[in-house]
Design a protein around this ligand. Sequence first.
Ligand SMILES: [Zn+2]
Length: 274
Amino acid sequence: MPELPEVEHVARQLRADLIGRVIVCAEVLWPRSVEGLAPVEFAGRVAGRRVIDVGRRGKYLLIYLDGGTVLVVHRRMSGNLTFVDAADALPYVRVAFELDDGRWLLYTDPRKFGRLTLAERTHLNAAFPALGPEPLDKSFTPQELAQQLAGRRSPIKAVLLDQSAVAGLGNIYADEALYRAGIHPLRPASTLSTQEVQALHAGIQGALRTGIEHGGTTFGRHRDVYNEAGTNLEHVEVYRRTGQPCPRCGTPIQRIVVAQRGTHFCPTCQRGLV
Ligand SMILES: [Zn+2]
């Protein structure tokens, strides 16, 4: 499932290769991939529009069109955007955008959970649920993280997955951030010390930056816009490494379930419940 680094990597590629292009037409092949408006209306509102910017908020990709409309893409489980030379170049195409340079930008999604919608630039926040701060913004300080954790008694792993606390983290980077910080995933969020919050802040930013640097983590379907897999799986330290030695101390990595998600940690480096 694409998290912040997978979406950010794609946003950066689109910023370099999509800005300035005009969407000649759009074809919606699976109507439920488009949310909040009829497929014919969706196609009508993007046709003839030029892409003027590309951004991201949490796990949402934002494609800004001239005229004030924003195409919001939430890839969820298995959605990808890919540049190709023909509309039928890939399987599982749900929405196809023909571009003015002869290429197509295809939205493919075998599991069909992803959603595309249109929002007005002036009312963009209405397109999302309430999202917490962006963890790579300058305004995201350890103090800001402490405020988000205050009063939350749930396990810290569950709080990190909650998009209203911090935007963009999912299962991979939450596990990696907690490992980097040396914090047990079951610790109640509100019990972290100031020092631990600082370590977690650094762990979140470090894990996300490493992910972006390697084009995201691909163990399933995440591909970039040129259909290339990310290589960050070679750089994760605990995620999906159950039974393998901890990179720091050699203790076998353990897997438990927190908030219904498989959670990977080192029982030696990430001390438990005091
Ligand atoms: Zn360890």
